[in-house]
Design a protein around this ligand. Structure first.
Ligand code: AMP
Length: 420
């Protein structure tokens, strides 16, 4: 047994060098996509005042009631590692008066989140999301753009078996009315509900609709839909979102039970799943939150966005094309005298954007050549004492085995001109 006993925290992951190129490719694809849709990046701090999350999400949500990493710092402030991104982005939007500078702000983020959940495949305590938040438009066009962006990006990434679930939870009044509908409907069934649903009945009845318990699903079958509580405006808005999506050919499934757990959602709400993922099949959740900015002290501002889990995207992607540079040149040096020349050569090649490696383990020529081949380099440069004296080096094409002498003075220029 090794003496080393400090391990990473449960639910956190190291991304090792052989996985990091996948992450880089994913991040690059997201950034390119966001550029095409006119979204600009926003970065917010890793921790915020705890109150921000309590006020935006509500005390009764799972996240706030039991999953936040919160502490009181040395100055007595209550702080929390961010468990979601919409509230921090809305906080920054208000604090920096972005709405005063432009009537429409289309923002995106790629960020790390923290939730003390029960770890399993696709569910971690530290994980990454990318997402967008569009502030300023109340109209269905932006709902359609946000949903289209999400679907297109997952299609582009080759994620199979995508399903878009769509609903509207109407205006805040509709939510209040529907809460009463649920309470009235479930009152006669309280004794049959699971303990967790009984608690939700008291605290957050809408969440009962997320139940996975078969006999509760059965009971809920006859619950009236939230659509019964929509105002005319809610209905018009939703119908227009649907018809805009129809015009782009995007398929969706109307899902009346999709109400989502967070307090600030209004109107359009959606979720994208992929059955390629197994039990944790949600890739992305989003919706409209027209009341959020005002509830955090800003001017009334409509908003809509989504957040997508990056670990799950990578799990669902069969093959991410790697953008990592293959090693292009490997310098094989032998003898003490060549070391300064090798270092200088490597530096000149790297400055010219040629990926270059050289041996720092003082291995034999044979071992260095083996390493050069293993590294995937296209060319090897061989320099020993004799070559150095003659101010030359051997240039070897590792794919063909061809070898020729090149003057040291011309070497860098020559290599730059070679095909890679
Ligand atoms: P949410 O912020 O809960 O709406 O989640 C948005 C997306 O983030 C989900 O659809 C998942 O893809 C991902 N996600 C949420 N929680 C976790 C977690 N604990 N671990 C990994 N991914 C998560």
């Amino acid at each position: 047994m090794s003496k080393f006993s400090i391990r990473s925290i449960k639910g956190t992951q190291d991304i090792l060098p052989d996985q990091s190129s996948q992450w880089q490719s994913l991040e690059e694809a997201i950034r390119n996509f966001m550029g095409h849709y006119g979204y600009q990046e926003i970065r917010t701090p890793t921790f915020e005042q705890t109150d921000l999350f309590i006020r935006s999400m509500g005390k009764e949500t799972d996240i706030v009631s039991k999953e936040m990493y919160s502490w009181t710092d040395q100055g007595g402030e209550n702080l929390t590692l961010k468990p979601e991104l919409t509230a921090p982005v809305a906080r920054a939007y208000i604090q920096h008066n972005l709405g005063g500078k432009s009537p429409l702000n289309k923002l995106y983020y790629i960020d790390t989140l923290f939730r003390r959940e029960r770890p399993q495949k696709g569910r971690y305590r530290q994980f990454n999301q990318f997402g967008i938040e569009a502030f300023g438009s109340e109209y269905p066009e932006i709902d359609a753009e946000v949903i289209t962006l999400a679907i297109s990006i997952f299609n582009k990434m080759g994620i199979k078996e995508l399903k878009l679930k769509l609903n509207s939870i109407g205006s805040p009044q509709c939510r209040i009315d529907y809460r009463e509908t649920i309470l009235d409907f479930l009152k006669p069934h309280i004794a049959d509900l699971s303990e967790i649903s009984q608690t939700r009945f008291e605290n957050n009845p809408m969440r009962i609709l997320d139940t996975k318990v078969p006999h509760e699903i059965e009971i809920l079958k006859n619950l009236p839909n939230i659509a019964d509580c929509w105002t005319n405006e809610d209905k018009d808005h939703f119908e227009e979102v649907c018809s805009l999506l129809d015009s782009t050919g995007i398929k969706y499934e109307l899902t009346p039970r999709l109400v989502r757990g967070l307090d600030y959602y209004t109107k359009t709400t959606f979720e994208i799943t992929s059955s390629a993922l197994g039990a944790q099949d949600a890739i992305c959740g989003g919706g409209r939150y027209d009341g959020l900015v005002e509830s955090l002290g800003g001017k009334p501002t409509p908003g809509i966005g989504f957040a997508a889990g990056m670990e799950r995207i990578l799990l669902a992607m069969n093959n991410v094309e790697s953008t990592s540079n293959s090693k292009q040149v490997y310098i094989v040096g032998l003898g003490n005298a060549v070391r300064p020349t090798v270092l200088k050569l490597a530096e000149e090649l790297r400055q010219s954007s040629i990926t270059t490696e050289f041996d720092v383990l003082r291995r034999s020529i044979k071992a260095q050549l083996r390493e050069a081949n293993k590294s995937g380099a296209k060319y090897a440069i061989l320099i020993g004492d004799q070559e150095l004296e003659a101010r030359q080096a051997e240039l070897k094409d590792l794919s063909t085995g061809d070898q020729k002498k090149i003057e040291l003075n011309n070497l860098v220029e020559h290599i730059i001109s070679l095909p890679f």
